[in-house]
Unconditional design. Structure first.
Length: 187
């Protein structure tokens, strides 16, 4: 009997991704496609123009290197062996800020929105942060990104600052909103 239920995404960490040579081989290009498509559609992911393959490859190389050093976490989401999302955090590099990390990116393929993939990625990254001794996880988001801001608040993040009209995209201006999740609290 064929099930009418849609499959759950597989959330993998960097080691699980590296252990599957087929997935690892196509990862950088698949990630670039997701990021470029989202940026082309106006998503606030740190680029005004879609990133090039070399930009994404360099970014991912740096993140994977930080993961290997114990200073980052990378999580990826697959549906039927198709990359549909990725996210990562990186520890702050200053010695006095080492217990803290910045959730730098969560990106979900537009065709997979509304399936809980962003929530699953964020949850896995938060779990990784707790497990590795991160005390405070921070992030920033563009103020008009209501779905992301709602997700972060629902996960326990609180706003700790805002720079009005800080982000400039052409003639448009957006607030830059800062969020934090204090992982020292139990609850």
């Amino acid at each position: 009997m064929i099930s009418s239920m849609t499959p759950e995404p597989a959330i993998l960490d960097a080691a699980e991704l590296a252990s599957d040579s087929e997935l690892e081989t196509h990862f950088a290009e698949s990630a670039r496609r997701i990021l470029a498509d989202l940026v082309s559609a106006g998503a606030a992911l740190g680029w005004v123009e879609p990133p090039s393959q070399s930009e994404v490859a360099l970014l991912l190389r740096d993140v994977v290197s930080a993961v290997r050093a114990g200073d980052a976490s990378l999580r990826v989401a697959y549906l039927d062996r198709r990359l549909v999302g990725l996210g990562y955090w990186v520890r702050y590099t200053r010695p006095t800020h080492r217990p803290h990390a910045d959730l730098e990116k969560i990106a979900v393929d537009g065709t997979a929105h509304g399936r809980g993939i962003g929530r699953a990625l964020a949850g896995a990254l938060i779990t990784d942060a707790r497990r590795t001794g991160v005390e405070v996880l921070t992030l920033d988001a563009r103020g008009d990104n209501a779905p992301a801001l709602h997700l972060y608040r629902s996960l326990g993040f609180t706003e700790y600052g805002r720079l009005p009209d800080f982000v400039a995209v052409g003639e448009h201006r957006y607030d830059k909103v800062f969020y934090m999740l204090d992982l020292r609290r139990r609850g």
